[in-house]
Design a protein around this ligand. Sequence first.
Ligand code: AMP
Ligand code: TRP
Length: 344
Amino acid sequence: MAFLERVFSGVQPTGNLHLGNYLGAIKRFVELQDRYDCIYCVVDLHAITVWQDPAELPHAIREVAAAFIACGIDPKRHIVFNQSQVAEHAELAWVFNCVARLGWLNRMTQFKEKAGKDRENASVGLYAYPTLMAADILVYRATHVPVGEDQKQHLELARDIAQKFNNDFGRSIRERGYGEAFFPLPEPLITGEATRVMSLRDGNAKMSKSDASDYSRINLTDDADSIAQKIRRAKTDPEPLPSEEKGLERRPEADNLVGIYAALAGTTRAAVLGEFGNAQFSTFKSALTDLAVAKLGPIGAEMQRLVRDPVAIDAVLADGAARAQKLAAETMKAVKDIVGFVRS
Ligand code: AMP
Ligand code: TRP
C-alpha cells in the first residue's frame, strides 16, 4: 500500500538550542517545507525523561517553537505544536511498549550514554523513550523523518516497531480493511555536511545542550560578540587547512569547522577547501565568524522577539495541536480497532 508522504520531526525543550540542532535538524526542516506536508513537534514528554524544573519548562517549550518559526517554518502551512497537548502520542506509545522487545531497547546506545553508570536510578521513561519517539512519528503515519546522525538508531527501532505491528496484527489489518500494512516504515533523512556537529572544544565529542562549557557550543541566541569569541577560542591543530577533503582525515577539529562552514554556506566541504586550502586557521576562523554572524544573528534576534510574546506563541501551539490531534485521533481509532479493543 502506498502511504501519503509526510514529514515528522521533534526537538526537545531542554534549553541551549545550538548550532548542531540548527544544522543537523531545524535548517533541514525548513528546506523540506516546499516538498512535503510537515509536522514539527516540541517534544516535552521526551524532555521530562530527565528532571525538568516546572518553573523553566514553559519558557524552554516556547523557545523551541520560536526557533522553528524564526528559522523559517511556516506554522500556518504546516503544523507546529507541543507533544503533551496531543494525548494520542502517549496512548500509541503504550501499545508500542507492548510491541517492542526488551532486547531491542537494551541495545540503544543513547540510553546507555544518558543513564551513565547509575543505570538503576534512570527513569523508566528514559528507557522507554524510543517507543514514544516511534509513536510520535507513526501516530501521523509519517514517511520521512529529518534528524541528526545521533537519532539513526532510534529511527531503526521505529521501523522495527512499525514492521512488527504490521506483522503481529497482519490478519486483523487485512480483515478490517486497512490494506496490507497499517504503518509505513519511516525513512530517516540524515543528509548534508553537518549531520553530526562536534564540540568546539573537542572534535571527538558531539556538540550538546548539556555540555558544562558554554564555549563548546554556539547557541542560537548568542550575540555576535559571543559567536566571535567562541569561534576564536575553538580548538584547532597547528597545520594550515588542507586543499582537499582527504586531508581532513584524523583532523576532527578542522573537519568540524569546515563542515560547519559548508553547511552554513549551503555548499560542500570540497568547495570550502577549494577556497580556503592552505589558509591559516586565523584567516578561516574570521571568515567563519562573519558567515555565522550573518546567518545566525537574524535568527537569534527573531527568537528573542518572539519569546517576548508568549501569548502569540501559545496560540500557534494551540492551533497546531488541534490540527495534529485530528490526524492522530484517526490513527488511534484504527489502532484500537486493529488491536481488538471494544469501544463505544
Ligand atoms: P535534541 O536537542 O536532542 O532534541 O535534538 C534535536 C535534533 O537536533 C535531532 O534531530 C538531533 O539529531 C539534532 N542534533 C542534536 N545535536 C546535534 C549535533 N551535535 N549535530 C547534528 N545534529 C544534532
Ligand atoms: N529523540 C529526538 C532527539 O533527542 C527527539 C524526538 C522525539 C524526535 N520524537 C521524535 C525526532 C520523532 C524525530 C522524530 O533529538
